[in-house]
Structures are given as C-alpha cells and as structure tokens.
Write a protein that binds this ligand. Structure first.
Ligand code: AMP
Length: 406
C-alpha cells in the first residue's frame, strides 16, 4: 500500500517521499486508517517496524487540519534516546507543515529547563517526553495539558519494566479524558493489558509478527566458555573487514570497558557507550558510530531498544540478553527496513537455558557455530530436553551426571 492511499495531507506525503518512504510497512497499513478515524489503539510492534510513522503520520494529519498552536499531542517514551529519535522523525514528517515539537528529558544541564517550560506552556504542538522529567515540570504547576487530544505511550512495556507506572498514572491525571490514546508495546504481558484496560477506550488492537527478528537477519551463535568470548570477538571482528558497522551488546559496564580495551589493542576503531557517560558524550559517541567514523560500538542495554541506527551489518550479543524480548530488540538493530544483517550471540554454559527460551520465542533454532579450533574447545550445547517445545521427552539429564535442578 502506498501512503497517498491513506488520504494523508499533501505536505506530509511530500515530506515522507523526500525521506524515501515508498510503501507503508505492515504496522503502518494496520494502524494509520484506524488512527485517522479517531480510534484508540493498542498495538504490539517492535522498533524497526516503522511504528513511529504509524502513530505520528495520522496525528500530524489531524494537527495540520486543526492549524493552530495548541499543545495537543503528548508522546511519552521510556528513554531520552527514543525521545530524541522520535522528535527527529517528527521534524522530518512535519518539514512542510507549520507544526513544532519539543523534547523533554532529563540529564541535560539546567539551560534546557527554561526552553522546556516555555514549550510546555505555550506555542508547541507536540511534546515528546520521558516520564521523570515531565513529572518534575508538572510538579511546578505551570504545565497546560488541557488541550491535549492525542496521547501516545511508546514502548509501554519498557516503561513499566523501568518502574514508570506511577509516573504514567500521574501524567494521565493531567491529561483530559476526552482524547485519543495510542499505546505501542513490543510485548503484550498481562500488566500491559491491565494498563491498556485502564487508559484506553474501546481500543482497536493490532499486532505485527510478534517478537520475531526481521526476516533478513542471519542469526548464529558461538557456544563458548566465558574466557573464550574476548578471543572469539577479536577473531570475529578482525576476520570481517568488509563489515563497517558493528554493534556489540554486553550485560555490564565493566565488560564494555574490557571489550573496548581488547578490540582497541587489536587495532580496531571502537568506542564504548554506557549510562556512565554524560548525555552529550553519549550523543557524540552515537554520532561517530552513525557516521561510520567508529566501526565498532560496544554498548550496555541502554542502546538495545529504540535507537535508530541504520545499516548495522553485524550485531554481537557478547552476553545472552536477560529476556527473550530483549534479544529480539537487540537483533532488531540490524536488517532494518528490508536490509540484511547478521546477529551473532555468545552462549556460555550458564546461558544455555536462557538461549533456549529465546529460540522458543522466535520459533526457530539458531545455527550454532563451533569456536575456531585455534581458540580451544567450547562447551557442548545442552538444554533440559523436557523444556524444548514444552513437552516431556524422556529422562535425559541436563548435563552429565548433574541434577537438573542445580
Ligand atoms: P521505527 O520502527 O519507527 O523506529 O522505524 C524504523 C526505521 O524505518 C526508521 O529509520 C524509519 O525512518 C524507517 N521507516 C519507517 N517506515 C518506513 C517506510 N514505510 N519506508 C521506509 N522506511 C521506513
């Protein structure tokens, strides 16, 4: 389906055509008509599916028709990175419209406070905010949300995971009941359904192919001992000189530092990013990676969701992510919008069960590659057989001679 079939405002069509959008993605085809019709939405869609345009284009269409400078749209997101990224997309979509948007998020110096409070009180159509900073403004009493007509909660599951439930409820208490509410979430656990039942009115529900990485991603895994991970990543990266954009995820800041040090020693162009960095430094590191000045970026979980970096060739999960959903999100950084990419995970003995759960979620077995012989022998990949497919399959042990419960 092409975008002009939705009957969107001509200026929006012109802008997205400049941005290179030709055909609507699945989630866009599903949600845009319903949002244009004024329905509340509960949509299960991952980052990388085009969900930002899915909610923003129809909202912009409404705002273009209203042609005023009321603060009528509030987009609440879990992280500052996502806020920045959504705002950048809005600037693109609204390039030919007289509509403005402002981000509100923490971690900047005080000079942003005045600009934010001004935006929250007059003259801005759209606010894209993280809950904590928005609450700080709300606490001071000057925020005018009485004209809000569109409320978007993006990555709602992530917001609940971070512990923003109470903040969201507070924010909602400031927003008029007579509004359109659009809730997007990568997963649909019970707590999201409960939140949806509290805040949405007769929502139309949509789901794109749930929790599966994009089809263009080649997924593979090395089964390694923990102390083999650094040699394997070094060998992997040095043997792939043609890949110019590699993103490595690790579970801790300490490991990020260790990986960066080791890859640097081997002569690679590499930088690390974690919550230890100031906001400005994080943005600079991301910019160098985006512009291909840095070839390898090593990140903790801060980056795993929501960040829109195009054309990453290789994702490495140095550690298996804590949840299957996070795996899908990390792998979602590659092969975006019809591109192909590779995602490689390192599985040590402790993470085999975790990885097995991931394979169940994505409904496929990931190719296991043996550790290169010069780096020694890796462990044997074993999972409790009765857990595979949820069916009991006889009495095999988890690993030789061990009690499966240990
Ligand atoms: P999102 O899931 O909103 O983070 O979008 C992922 C990426 O896909 C962003 O870089 C968008 O600009 C891009 N994108 C979204 N929709 C389309 C489309 N219909 N055609 C081409 N690219 C798109």
């Amino acid at each position: 389906m092409t975008f002009d079939e939705f009957g969107l405002n001509e200026k929006i069509l012109e802008a997205i055509s400049y941005m290179g959008y030709e055909k609507a993605s699945e989630i866009q085809e599903l949600t845009i008509p319903a949002i244009l019709d004024g329905h509340d939405i509960l949509a299960c869609a991952q980052t990388g599916t085009g969900k930002t345009a899915a909610f923003m284009l129809p909202i912009l269409d409404h705002l273009a028709a209203a042609d005023n400078h009321d603060l009528s749209t509030l987009v609440v997101v879990p992280t500052r990175e996502l806020a920045i990224q959504i705002n950048q997309q809005i600037q693109g979509f609204a390039y030919f419209l007289n509509i403005n948007s402002v981000t509100v998020y923490g971690g900047r110096d005080g000079s942003d406070w005045d600009a934010e409070s001004k935006a929250l009180t007059k003259g801005t159509n759209i606010i894209v905010a993280t809950p904590g900073k928005l609450i700080s403004h709300l606490n001071l009493g000057y925020v005018q949300f009485d004209k809000i007509k569109h409320l978007v909660l993006d990555e709602a599951d992530r917001m609940l995971d971070i512990g923003f439930y109470d903040d969201l409820m507070r924010i909602l208490s400031y927003v008029p009941d007579n509004r359109q509410t659009l809730m997007f979430s990568a997963t649909m656990p019970q707590k999201i359904r409960e939140l949806a039942s509290k805040i949405l009115k007769n929502p139309v529900e949509f789901s794109t192919a749930v929790s599966k990485p994009a089809e263009g991603v080649l997924q593979a895994a090395y089964v390694v001992h923990e102390n083999q991970k650094i040699p394997v990543i070094n060998s992997l990266i040095s043997n792939k000189p043609d890949l110019d954009s590699i993103l490595v995820f690790s579970s801790t800041k300490r490991k990020v530092t260790e990986i960066v040090k080791s890859l640097k020693r081997a002569g690679n162009s590499v930088e690390g990013i974690s919550s230890d960095l100031e906001q400005k430094e994080r943005e600079d590191v991301l910019m160098r990676f985006r512009s291909r000045r840095t070839r390898v970026l090593v990140a903790t979980d801060v980056l795993s969701r929501g960040i829109d970096i195009k054309d990453i060739n290789l994702i490495i999960n140095f550690d298996v992510p804590g949840s299957a959903e996070d795996y899908v999100h990390r792998v979602g950084r590659t092969a975006r919008a019809d591109k192909t990419g590779i995602a490689i995970s390192f599985i040590n003995e402790q993470d085999m069960e975790k990885f097995d759960r991931i394979e169940k979620l994505i409904e496929m077995e990931v190719l296991k590659i043996p550790v290169p012989p010069e780096l020694g022998e890796g462990p044997v990949y074993k999972v409790r057989p009765q857990r595979r497919g949820g069916r009991p399959q006889g009495k095999r042990n988890f690993s030789s001679g061990r009690n499966p419960k240990q």
